[in-house]
Design a protein around this ligand. Structure first.
Ligand SMILES: *[C@@H]1O[C@H](CO)[C@@H](O)[C@H](O)[C@H]1NC(C)=O
Length: 309
């Protein structure tokens, strides 16, 4: 009986110590204390407490990466196409964002410069760049992300029918129980080894954040997982065959279309505008000189009439 109690106590102690204080969702977090608390550096001397039971907000992650880059620590390293005309990709890459207390992006971002722009809930620029006075009324929510994944070559064929369930399952397991019902549609091109995954939520839904999941996946595929357990990457399994990913491109679709301007107006349209402006100016000049000559002739004629007198 005594031995039995000893065994129970020993196993309880082992279980307690196995519950070490660490952050599984972020290898760069530092944790300590009882209860266990984890923080990350988001700037020199500035610690941000984080909740390691969920994916860490992208805004905090970007700050952390900028900080690590500034300290010369290691950091970050593009077929399907746009799902809709208003979809866009992140052409700017990383900047040093301003975050709300809960880790959401502030709608207006300036990267510590005088040049500012408005972002969506994924922190991706959705307007032209402007000066400090640019108005960003609200943080516009991204309700649809298209993940374009290219997988590494595999032996044999991939069963396209089973791919959707495999992807949804892999996303759910790896990204903190992400809701599989949001993995709405999958298209597959075996030749190009391209998998297009549409992840959507209802407009107005504010419980789930698609962009945290997308960011973790981007990191996973681009060689540097954020998770503590770096060995295990995002790799769906179809018929016992693991699909390792080698490329990812993310398209964002916001609840309101972005407001990029002009730059997309092709050279042709700009040329037409220039020609029209030049024609109008030329016309005005011709008119002006014609009027002046008319006046001069009138004056001369008047003089001639006066001469005989
Ligand atoms: C933000 O600033 C950093 C460093 O100042 C720069 O390397 C980066 O390209 C900037 N990013 C954007 C999106 O302007």
């Amino acid at each position: 009986m005594k031995l039995w109690i000893c065994l129970v106590l020993a196993s309880l102690a082992a279980a307690a110590s196995a519950q070490t204080c660490q952050c599984d969702v972020l290898k760069w977090a530092s944790c300590d204390g009882t209860p266990c608390e984890c923080t990350i550096f988001v700037a020199k001397g500035e610690k941000q407490p984080i909740n390691c039971n969920k994916l860490i907000p992208k805004c905090f992650l970007m700050k952390l990466e900028m900080y690590r880059a500034s300290m010369n620590l290691s950091t970050r390293t593009g077929i399907g196409g746009k799902p809709v005309e208003t979809a866009f990709v992140d052409n700017d890459g990383i900047y040093n964002p301003e975050c709300e207390r809960d880790g959401k992006f502030k709608a207006k971002q300036c990267n510590n410069t005088e040049e500012c722009w408005c972002v969506n809930s994924a922190g991706v620029r959705r307007t032209d760049k402007g000066d400090k006075n640019i108005k960003c009324e609200e943080l516009v929510e991204t309700h649809w992300v298209r993940l374009q994944l290219t997988h590494k070559p595999v032996q044999g064929e991939v069963n396209a029918e089973k791919l959707k369930a495999a992807i949804a399952d892999a996303i759910n397991k790896r990204y903190k129980n992400f809701n599989t019902s949001m993995v709405e549609e999958i298209q597959y091109d075996p030749e190009a080894r391209l998998i297009v995954v549409d992840v959507k939520k209802e407009i107005g839904e504010r419980q789930t954040d698609l962009t945290h999941m997308a960011y973790y996946m981007e990191k996973d595929v681009k060689v540097l997982p954020l998770f503590k357990d770096e060995g295990n990457k995002f790799a769906p399994v179809v018929d016992g065959q693991k699909l390792d990913m080698e490329k990812i491109l993310v398209y964002y679709v916001d609840e309101k279309p972005p407001t990029f301007t002009m730059k997309h107006l092709s050279g042709g349209i700009i040329a037409v505008i220039v020609v029209v402006v030049l024609a109008v100016v030329a016309g005005l000049l011709v008119l002006f000189f014609a009027r002046r000559r008319e006046k001069q002739q009138y004056n001369k004629a008047q003089q001639r009439e006066l001469d005989p007198m």
